[in-house]
Design a protein around this ligand. Structure first.
Ligand code: PHE
Length: 343
């Protein structure tokens, strides 16, 4: 059969042509010449009806086989060529890409330092949700219904009109709701710290709408105010150095009674008075107190038999005093010149 011989010859020609190619351009030329629209192979397939009907299937099969096998051969040659070219262009003596080492955010570092000190004092760690119900954030913590902290000015409400009181409807304004969540789920005695994110609609040099707190809670039959004083003093000495002075000042929180605010002597001026301590020589660092009986009742505890202390502090505030930063907003501007100082 004449056509069979023709196809065999053609296959050999194509193979020889492929073998002769030595760069991408010549490979492309060969592809167009032998497999393109005007190639001899395609002409044969296009005009297959000119052959005897019984010949047609064989011609089709052979022509397609030649096309498939040799196109693959050409493609493989192209791929190998490209890989080789790439390898040759690699200079293995060059330096690698410079690897920029990141660092922890100062708030992350300080939060971990705070938690760490309490862990070494025997405290466990617990967490709670950022989205809270009015009940956990306020009511269960003995906030009266008309307490100003519930005001929309401080609290970010998610859906004020929702009637389902179990549905989260605000962003927690403090980590104290975790006190109730933890007490409901555990039996005393225990002592925990609760690191977390809190939200208040407030923004200036010392306030951001989102900030961090570490809450503390120690509950048992014999936990006293003396325990509170010792633990918090020990924490402050470890955090700010043993040369600081500490002062416990009477204060008020709905969920503690008695309540205190704890001050340390100013870390900037040492107590003589400066702008940071507003010439008082003291810096307010945390709030604390003995857990209010109503809070124990919310958790299902009997305040006749159970007592404890709680405290809460702002991580940003601690970090600002430790690193002498005067504007809280610097923490959240992602300015690398600022962040790189904490490497
Ligand atoms: N929750 C209080 C606040 O946000 C801090 C606090 C916690 C005070 C526990 C006393 C006891 O300011």
């Amino acid at each position: 059969m004449e056509i069979k011989q023709k196809l065999a010859d053609l296959a050999r020609t194509i193979e020889e042509d492929i073998a002769k190619t030595s760069d991408l351009a010549s490979m492309e030329d060969i592809r167009i010449k032998h497999f393109g629209k005007k190639s001899e192979l395609l002409e044969i397939l296009k005009n297959i009806k000119n052959y005897q009907p019984e010949e047609r299937p064989v011609i089709g099969q052979v022509a397609n086989k030649i096309k498939n096998i040799l196109t693959e051969k050409l493609n493989n040659k192209k791929i190998n060529f490209q890989a080789k070219q790439q390898k040759e262009s690699l200079d293995s003596t060059l330096d690698g890409n410079p690897f920029v080492r990141g660092s922890l955010h100062p708030i992350t570092t300080v939060k971990a330092q705070i938690v760490n000190i309490f862990q070494k004092l025997g405290f466990g760690i617990s967490e709670g949700p950022d989205m809270e119900t009015d009940y956990y954030n306020f009511t269960s913590l003995n906030f009266p219904h008309d307490h100003p902290a519930r005001d929309e000015q401080d609290t970010f409400f998610l859906d004020k009109n929702d009637k389902d009181e179990n549905k989260p409807l605000l962003l927690r304004t403090h980590t104290s709701p975790v006190q109730i969540r933890y007490m409901k789920a555990h039996k005393p005695p225990f002592q925990i710290v609760v690191p977390g994110t809190v939200y208040r609609s407030d923004s200036d040099v010392s306030h951001t709408p989102m900030f961090h707190q570490v809450e503390g809670l120690a509950v048992g039959e014999n936990i006293t105010f003396a325990n509170l004083k010792w633990i918090l003093s020990e924490f402050l000495y470890q955090m700010f150095g043993s040369s600081i002075d500490i002062r416990f000042r009477p204060s008020f929180f709905p969920f503690t009674e008695p309540s205190v605010e704890v001050d340390i002597s100013c870390v900037i001026c040492g107590g003589t008075g400066c702008r940071v301590c507003k010439n008082s020589g003291w810096l307010e660092i945390l709030g604390a107190g003995m857990v209010h009986p109503n809070v124990f009742k919310s958790a299902g505890y009997d305040p006749e038999y159970i007592q404890g202390f709680a405290f809460g502090m702002g991580v940003e505030r601690v970090a600002m005093l430790k690193y002498e930063i005067n504007d809280i907003r610097l923490f959240y501007e992602n300015d690398l010149r600022f962040l790189k100082q904490f490497r």
